[in-house]
Design a protein around this ligand. Sequence first.
Ligand SMILES: NC(=O)c1ccc[n+]([C@@H]2O[C@H](COP(=O)([O-])OP(=O)(O)OC[C@H]3O[C@@H](n4cnc5c(N)ncnc54)[C@H](OP(=O)(O)O)[C@@H]3O)[C@@H](O)[C@H]2O)c1
Length: 243
Amino acid sequence: MAGRLTDRIAIVTGASRGIGRAVGVALGSEGATVVLSGRVEAELVQTASLVREAGGRAEVIPAELADERAIKDLVAKTSERFGRLDILVNNAGITHSAPLEQTRTEDLDRCWAVNARAPFLLCREALPLLRQAERATIVNISSVVGVKGYPLQSAYTASKHALRGMSIALAEELRGSNVRVHVLCPGGVDTEMVSRVRPDIDKGDLIGPGEIAELVLYLVTHRGNAVVDELHIRRATASPWFG
Ligand SMILES: NC(=O)c1ccc[n+]([C@@H]2O[C@H](COP(=O)([O-])OP(=O)(O)OC[C@H]3O[C@@H](n4cnc5c(N)ncnc54)[C@H](OP(=O)(O)O)[C@@H]3O)[C@@H](O)[C@H]2O)c1
């Protein structure tokens, strides 16, 4: 039986592990062709195997997203190889934990480059292709820190607020077009990132990467009159509404 995303082409950044890998596999399970990007090719190749096992097609295109040329190359290669793009999931991200007074300019710049500038540039470069699709979706993975602020995470928080703000502006620009823009704001998800940054959270309480992937799947497959702009996803044990 054909999946709901058969013949659809998706780019997923940060697909070498964690949430990005789960999103790639979920899109593959509906028959999508998933362009998997990240820096570590060997890990992307592992994700590609999982996407194929799930029933999808996979293409590995490594890219350092702090590099504008690599971003342009990623979109150009996708265009050359497939001639279309239906889904862009801006998932790649990094954290930095330090008091603001001890945050070095290079750490701030790095957070900015990967978490905010790269998705901005990817949206810009991908839009000509996305506009050609019958219906296209951009999903930007922000964070609970995209709507709140936590101590020791000022650089990360600033970049995730920026990503969310850019997404709101772009959604308005694209209103009425074939391209929808969504933002996901997850709390703690069970990945390498959270093990490093929040070792205090009980692993058993963390959200599964597959749970986030299910929500992405909903956003890219649902095309009724109802639109979900943004999802706040918290751990079941955390305060409602990120309180
Ligand atoms: N885990 C959480 O609790 C949580 C909560 C809210 C939001 N998020 C967000 O969800 C997204 C995924 O996070 P995760 O938890 O899955 O993190 P993760 O396990 O650390 O994975 C991060 C991904 O981003 C890629 N990446 C990092 N720097 C890159 C760069 N310069 N160029 C290209 N790719 C790069 C990594 O690939 P390579 O190392 O191969 O480059 C990896 O695939 C991030 O945007 C994160 O901020 C996570």
